[in-house]
Design a protein around this ligand. Structure first.
Ligand code: PRX
Length: 654
């Protein structure tokens, strides 16, 4: 992270939108954008209310745009009724029923095309399968699936009947899955026998079985899609095959109108405690935010083939795979596997073969593919690409330039989009037809989003390049509504710091002399590993659950590919290993964390010490640990350390 800040601090290149791009863009003129922003500033609710009327098909029109009576529990379009699945599928049938909605590519090269009509059939049938399984509006359904069309079908089917989905990333362990099922009190799990990733069939149903064996009394049924022929054991009375169940239900399912505030989904994300929080999103406001950002930021046109590489297990895979593209009637690519199978050209091969014109991925993926050199992308015809995007973490200018020249051939604007699970959709991002780009900056706030940078007291910082807290000063339609089952935590985490006045994003940022935002990193104990959010406390809790670990402290360390790597300091019960090294135990602890949380949480490095560096009041000196992990000189005052001698141990010098 600090390397990124250093390199972005000296960045002053400016890339204006190519004239051909602006000429055809949704917003191709800076004046038009400025007017839109000014209109939103002057009449926040009129602005969003007008868009909601125009962009969403309502079963019952709303009369209230924004209800602030229980702030910060804001409500949007409160008395309106809609169905999200209707908006994503049915309303396109007359005009584009035969248009491909999903171009699916399996990791092994198998392909399927689903038109909007096909999607309508599949979603309706699966919605009936859910109903036949006892699911009614408001019930929670956990989806633990590989990246195949059925993941999106299951999500849309929930939306069709008002069930609330909670997708759990397939890379999370049985233990994490169990915690999320229990917190949500889910009735049903949708899974697959496995998914193809990295040349292997990764078992998913086995993890579900393990999770359910350890608890989850609320689960009544498990629906299993057969993807890999792994032939998992099926538990009598609980488990059913997707295809068998669907064969017994009617093909038609009318969408059910729900209130605009009806929860569409929960998505668990990491915070500064050990327990992930269930971020709760709405139906109407969320959908509107997804639609508007598809237009403003992705400049979506009818001729586009859109590909967002994110897994449905993350918010990006919700807003820009499962909902946004479909709500706009787009054709999109879904790819099951990893970017390096059969080789590091897979993304570019997919772009060529499926005719992708808008490509959206994470900086980690760009950095990883950049390592393989320019010859690999040069083998493919990337001429259909017209817009590129990044999400999830800061992009260093070097990776930005590679993406711009080698992939975009200097023709394609790059939209660096800053947002969060909580925000529902893009917040700070360029409108590519009219905003000149600076590598490493997510540029400015979108219309109707009132972002600012403030100091400790909440006073706006106006000095260019001075860092502060990134806040959002007015509610917006796509915002989270609460944390599932924990309204207090919602208020405390996001609104407490500035007395319910501003939404606290949890990031620090600076604004340069041109008003461009540069994200500087998290201000809480949240790590960003390969664009994935992980709490240091989660990893610490996992470590101390191991019988040999007495205490653990986890910090991030700059990593050239992953952005941040995980570095753990561990105090064992009993003796510290001789010389501070124990290769066997380190391997065991890494595996242990992987089982507790998932492979993404595996520490890269573990160092053993007799105790952790604490102040006399008992606080772990995390900043010191971060410096040690990064191999930096210690500039912190260590005189308050209870045990100064452990510094050498932490550095691995003993
Ligand atoms: O720190 C910011 C970083 O990712 C965090 C949100 O993570 P998550 O909720 O998992 O959502 C990721 C996908 C939207 C933010 O608080 N982040 C996200 N986008 C960017 C970013 N950091 C810098 N630049 C970005 N474009």
């Amino acid at each position: 992270m600090s390397e990124n800040i250093q390199s972005t601090l000296v960045e002053d290149r400016l890339f204006p939108p190519p004239a051909e791009f602006s000429a055809e863009a949704y917003i191709g003129d800076r004046k038009v954008l400025a007017e839109l922003c000014a209109r939103a500033d002057a009449d926040h609710t009129g602005f969003w209310g007008g868009l909601a009327k125009r962009e969403i098909s309502w079963d019952k029109p709303f009369s209230v745009v924004l209800d602030e009576s229980r702030a910060p529990f804001f409500k949007w379009f409160t008395d309106g009724e809609l169905n999200v699945s209707y908006n994503c599928i049915d309303r396109h049938l007359a005009s584009r029923g035969t248009r491909p909605a999903i171009l699916f590519e399996g990791e092994k090269g198998d392909r399927r095309t689903l038109t909007y009509r096909d999607l309508h059939t599949e979603v309706s049938r699966f919605a009936n399968a859910l109903k036949a399984s006892g699911i009614v509006s408001g019930d929670r359904v956990v989806i633990y699936m590989p990246m195949i069309p059925e993941a999106v079908i299951a999500m849309q089917a929930c939306a069709r009947i008002g069930a609330i989905h909670s997708v759990v990333f397939g890379g999370f362990s049985a233990e994490s899955l169990k915690d999320r099922i229990e917190d949500a009190g889910a009735k049903l799990v949708v899974t697959a026998d496995g998914g193809n990733r990295g040349g292997k069939a990764l078992p998913l149903k086995a993890a579900v079985d393990k999770a359910l064996a350890g608890g989850c009394p609320s689960i009544q049924r498990v629906i299993v899609y057969n993807r890999c022929d792994l032939q998992p054991a099926m538990k009598e009375g609980r488990d059913v095959w997707w295809h068998e169940l669907c064969a017994t239900v009617p093909a038609l399912c009318e969408p059910v109108a729900v209130g605009a505030e009806h929860p569409l989904f929960l998505l668990y994300t990491s915070g500064s405690t050990g327990k992930p929080k269930g971020v709760q999103h709405s139906s109407g406001g969320y959908l509107l935010h997804a639609i508007m950002t598809m237009r403003w930021v992705f400049d979506l046109r009818d001729s586009d083939v859109f590909w967002c590489t994110a897994d449905v297990g993350w918010v990006t895979g919700h807003t820009y795979v499962a909902y946004g593209p479909l709500a706009c009637g787009a054709t999109q690519v879904i790819y099951e596997g990893v970017p390096t199978v059969p080789d590091a050209g897979r993304f570019w091969a997919n772009v060529q073969q499926l005719g992708v014109s808008i490509f959206y991925t994470a900086p980690t993926a760009i950095r990883a593919l950049m390592k393989f050199g320019d010859e690999i992308p040069a083998r493919y015809d990337l001429s259909r690409l017209r817009l590129l995007g990044t999400v999830g973490e800061p992009i260093n200018p070097e990776a930005w330039m590679w993406y711009h020249t080698v992939i975009g051939k200097e023709r394609c604007p790059i939209v660096d989009t800053w947002w969060q699970t909580e925000t529902g959709g893009h917040m700070l991002a360029p409108v590519p037809g009219c905003i000149p780009l600076k590598p490493g900056s997510c540029t400015t706030a979108l219309p109707g989003i009132s972002a600012d940078i403030v100091d400790e007291e909440g006073t706006p910082i106006t000095t260019p390049d001075a860092g502060g807290y990134l806040v959002i000063k007015k509610p917006w339609p796509g915002m989270l509504r609460t944390i599932w089952g924990d309204d207090d935590r919602y208020v405390r985490t996001y609104w407490g710091k500035f007395n319910n006045r501003y939404y606290l994003a949890g990031d620090s940022a600076r604004r340069d002399k041109d008003g461009y935002y540069w994200i500087m990193g998290r201000i809480d104990d949240v790590l960003n590993v390969s664009g994935h959010r992980l709490g240091t406390m989660e990893v610490e809790s996992a470590l101390v659950a191991h019988p040999r670990v007495a205490e653990a402290a986890v910090v991030g360390r700059p990593d050239p590919i992953k952005g941040e790597g995980i570095f753990a300091y561990v105090v064992l019960r009993g003796e510290r290993p001789a010389g501070g090294v124990d290769v066997v135990l380190t391997k065991e602890l890494r595996e242990w964390v992987s089982e507790q949380i998932g492979p993404i949480a595996k520490p890269d490095d573990i160092r053993y010490a007799d105790n952790l560096p604490k102040t006399r009041s008992g606080k772990i000196m995390r900043r010191l640990l971060r410096s040690v992990a990064a191999g930096q000189d210690i500039t912190q005052d260590t005189s308050t350390l209870e045990n100064p001698a452990i510094l050498a141990q932490l550095k691995g010098e003993v």
